[in-house]
Design a protein around this ligand. Structure first.
Ligand code: ATP
Length: 253
């Protein structure tokens, strides 16, 4: 039986999520694709981690496995001490609802709900009451106070993305996963969004994991983890645009 390795360890960093020998194979026989090939990765709690690498290197697969959206083919995936590979579909759904936040590139807001209703949806699904102070703070920091009664179609792309961020943070999840969160934004809105994610980490202790192709976006992270061909291919602490570009170049991007 796989059990969660001790949290902490030599670096004194707390571990929010962890993969142990993670393997993910799509398809079977001749058509099988080994998207992840034995990845051991710790996601540090209260830190902003970016996952980067060439197209097809396994970034989205990694994130989907970590977030319990995709089942591992082998190895372990832990959120805190919980091994996701041992959970039933029902328990995984509850875990995603109660312990994880998501920010998708396409926002995924419900069009018939107002901004506020979208933000509160995860709490409603979990049968929890909003923490009024936290909600007010999020809405204030995100500059959404005047827009709470609007539907997504009445909001700009940047505003929609801020609603999506508020929705991801409202439950104070153990980890927020962001998949190319700036992909559909102009550069100013993208910069604002990354600043918000970074503030949620450094001011509120949130753990954030982001998949991105953008070296400028990666500089908002505390650490960049590089993937190539489904394997870990390095990491950069306190990334700069130059150090990220160098690393990507070495990987043939
Ligand atoms: N549902 C699937 N069925 C079959 N193969 C898949 C599936 N999803 C991903 N793959 C394959 O797994 C590998 C890793 O894909 P993944 O989407 O994780 O890469 P990525 O690094 O996120 O790529 P990109 O930067 O292009 O988004 C690729 O070879 C991809 O074609």
């Amino acid at each position: 039986m796989t059990s969660a390795p001790p949290v902490g360890g030599r670096t004194e960093l707390r571990v929010a999520a962890r993969t142990v020998g993670l393997v993910k194979v799509y398809g079977s026989g001749e058509a099988a694709v080994r998207a992840l090939d034995g990845v051991n990765l710790d996601i540090h709690a209260g830190k902003f981690t970016a996952i980067m690498g060439p197209s097809g290197s396994g970034k989205s697969t990694m994130m989907h496995c970590l977030a319990g959206l995709d089942a591992a083919s082998g190895g372990g995936v832990f959120l805190g001490q919980t091994d996701l590979t041992r959970l039933s579909d029902r328990d995984l759904t509850a875990l995603r609802r109660d312990r994880i936040g998501f920010v998708f590139q396409s926002f995924n807001l419900l069009p018939q709900l107002t901004a506020l209703q979208n933000i509160l949806l995860p709490l409603e699904l979990a049968g929890r009451q909003p923490d009024r102070q936290w909600l007010d703070m999020l809405v204030g920091v995100l500059g959404l106070g005047q827009r709470l009664g609007h539907r997504p179609s009445e909001l700009s792309g940047g505003q929609q993305q801020r609603v999506a961020v508020a929705r991801a943070l409202v439950t104070r999840p153990e980890v927020v996963f962001a998949d190319e969160p700036t992909g559909n934004l102009d550069s100013r809105s993208g910069h604002e969004l990354l600043t918000l994610l970074r503030r949620s980490v450094h001011e509120f202790g949130q753990t954030v994991v982001m998949v991105t192709h953008d070296p400028a976006a990666a500089t908002f992270a505390d650490r960049v983890v590089l993937l190539a061909d489904g394997k870990l291919a390095g990491e950069i602490f306190r990334p700069t645009q130059d150090s990220v570009l160098d690393a990507l170049r070495r990987l043939g991007v």
